[in-house]
Design a binder for this molecule. Structure first.
Ligand SMILES: Cc1ncc(COP(=O)(O)O)c(C=O)c1O
Length: 367
């Protein structure tokens, strides 16, 4: 499904360029099990900040980073928080994976790596010639531009003009070029219209997360294994991994659901989306300000794949404008029917609560 045809000449050039800049590319195994990261690299990471533009930070594309701004190595168990029933109001154990300790502060840095790496190590992407184009509402293009910079690759970030000023300011330092398209976070089509224009240039290679299997694969491998490891670390005798919930844009993150269903066959999957732009539930209209998920578009694999529609379900969630709340609101109640919770950013936690409400038999042994 991922084209691994070798383009020999460009690959040789990529290897030469990587040697000259001291770039070492981690494997998925390194990301899942960072204890496999070679000792000399671990030693050098002690002197590198989490967001530094340093190729060593490719080795921090993992859920297991120590929660440190600088100099961190790895923890045995991926970063997570468990929300106590006093807070959630439900008996089931609700655990959220924490993406804050990825470079860029978001797991999409992994998804974008999953898309770029196969093209780079096959030579299909010629690092001395191509520009990597990252269309997204923000986090994926931030991750893509960051990885590109670490790998010495020119990049173009495309995102809606309505995204936060902070995103644009940061990207102006990291991406080779930043293009703002009309509209807000829900306006993904406008991003792709721009992409279509750029595709005419032979040096532009488009990494469209909605069609790149590397997006799904990275989450299947790395996020899937991270969730399983957290469950195995926290489970008590008799506990079950009963459900997993993801807010969805390109359906990459929920790709790890395919892995989880293989390992925990009884598990239910749910996908959450903003009621302000209900794409799965009502075909997409309106807009929101989560600074996370784009809308009005479904990945083919998402609509037809096993992950959600086999026996999962979609939830509408009332999103809260992150900026209106100074980024401090984590979530607010309103959980009576599990269909209207307010959240900031990823929203997986209230989605988890909503799932629990849909399964009223949830017990303290359901995780
Ligand atoms: C914080 C956050 N959560 C969730 C998502 C949705 O993930 P996916 O595109 O893999 O469905 C995104 C997408 O950019 C995101 O930035």
């Amino acid at each position: 499904m991922i084209d691994l045809t070798i383009h020999r000449q460009a690959l040789d050039r990529n290897i030469q360029k990587a040697r000259e800049s001291g770039v070492v590319i981690p494997t998925f195994e390194n990301m899942k099990h960072p204890e496999t990261v070679p000792e000399p690299i671990r030693a050098r990471l002690r002197g590198v900040g989490l967001w530094d533009v340093d190729p060593l930070n490719l080795f921090r594309i993992t859920w297991k980073n120590e929660p440190m701004e600088s100099g961190g190595l790895y923890r045995a168990v991926p970063n997570y928080i468990e929300l106590p029933p006093a807070l959630t109001g439900v008996p089931a154990r609700i655990i959220a994976l924490v993406g804050k300790w990825f470079p860029t502060g978001c797991h999409k840095v992994g998804a974008s790596f999953g898309c770029l790496a196969p093209r780079l190590v096959t030579g299909q992407f010629d690092a001395g010639y191509h520009r990597a184009v990252w269309p997204s509402t923000g986090n994926y293009c931030r991750g893509g531009a960051f990885n590109s910079k670490l790998l010495g690759v020119r990049s173009v970030a495309i995102l809606p003009a309505g995204m936060s000023r902070e995103r644009f300011e940061w990207l102006s330092q990291i991406a080779g070029e930043v293009i703002a398209t009309p509209g807000c976070e829900s306006d993904v089509k406008e991003i792709f219209d721009k992409t279509h224009e750029l595709r005419q240039g032979p040096d532009c290679m488009i990494f469209n997360q909605f069609e790149e299997m590397g997006n799904h694969l990275w989450h299947y491998q790395v996020t899937g294994s991270a969730i399983a490891e957290v469950f195995e670390a926290v489970k008590r005798p008799g506990d079950r991994l009963s459900g997993a919930c993801f807010t969805s844009g390109s359906a990459g993150t929920i790709g790890c659901g395919d892995y989880l269903k293989e390992v925990y066959p009884g598990l239910k999957l749910a996908v959450g989306e903003a009621l302000q732009c209900p794409t799965i539930l009502e075909n997409g209209f309106g807009d929101h300000r989560i600074e996370g998920i784009g809308d009005k578009r479904l990945t083919d694999g998402f609509a037809t794949g096993p992950a959600v529609f086999e026996d999962g379900f979609a939830l509408g969630i009332k999103a809260v404008d992150l900026l209106d709340h100074g980024g401090e609101l984590l979530f607010r109640g309103g959980l009576a029917d599990g269909e209207a919770v307010e959240f900031v950013d990823d929203g997986g936690t209230p989605v988890a609560q909503a799932v629990n409400n849909r399964f009223p038999g949830g017990t303290p042994q359901d995780v």
